[in-house]
Design a protein around this ligand. Sequence first.
Ligand SMILES: C[S@@+](CC[C@H](N)C(=O)[O-])C[C@H]1O[C@@H](n2cnc3c(N)ncnc32)[C@H](O)[C@@H]1O
Length: 237
Amino acid sequence: MTTGAPSKDAAAIPLWNAAYDTSQVRGSGNLWGDPPVPHAERAASLFAASSARVVLDLPCGDGRNLPPLAAGAPILLAGDTSLNAMGIAEQVVERAGVREKVVFVKVDAFDTGLLDNSVDGIFCWDLLGHLTNPEEALRELHRILRPGGHLVANQWTMNDCQVSDPNIREIAPKEYIDHFDFYCRFYDRSDLDSLLESVGMTAESVEVQRWWEPPHAGYRDYEHEHESLVFTIKKAG
Ligand SMILES: C[S@@+](CC[C@H](N)C(=O)[O-])C[C@H]1O[C@@H](n2cnc3c(N)ncnc32)[C@H](O)[C@@H]1O
């Protein structure tokens, strides 16, 4: 596909698609499974409180966060660069009884193809830490967000379980390559502030959140605890 992603981030796109493909050697199908991350429900409440009509989950991955996010608006756009992921996500929303609210779109976070100011809320979970150039993705997400709308996103901290995974390797301070060859960058509060400042954004809220996840078959085969800085940006206007 054509992508506005910088080369290293563009190179990861087919790797991600293969990771969701059960017919490939490394593919494990439903990578993340259930349950949703705890913050998805809170984001949906935030979107609903501002009368959001269209919310975008980008990337939706294989869909774990779509059922709670469906409560956030009448229309939920589910976007990802991986068609394999969205095929699994479609079954997740069918099972959850929210299929009629969800529109699946192949969307690159660097070049969404969506109009300026066209979505009322964006949930961007577990993507920015995988990008070597999160600045460009943040600019694009901000462009498509309507004034007054919210972007809810996360960045993993150095206390996240991934840092102590035996199969991850450090390539620079706070930068790693995981066992699926995915780039992972970890942030402390000042790193996050610098990132947002570099793109002219200020967080409306930032909080540290910790939560447990069950094993992800074939990807992280043990129960593990994540820690992220969860931040919210409200577009001015
Ligand atoms: C760690 S998964 C997170 C998925 C989902 N947010 C979740 O919490 O389950 C990262 C996802 O980002 C997608 N992705 C990678 N690069 C992307 C890009 N440039 N634009 C949109 N999605 C991308 C991958 O296909 C993958 O589904």
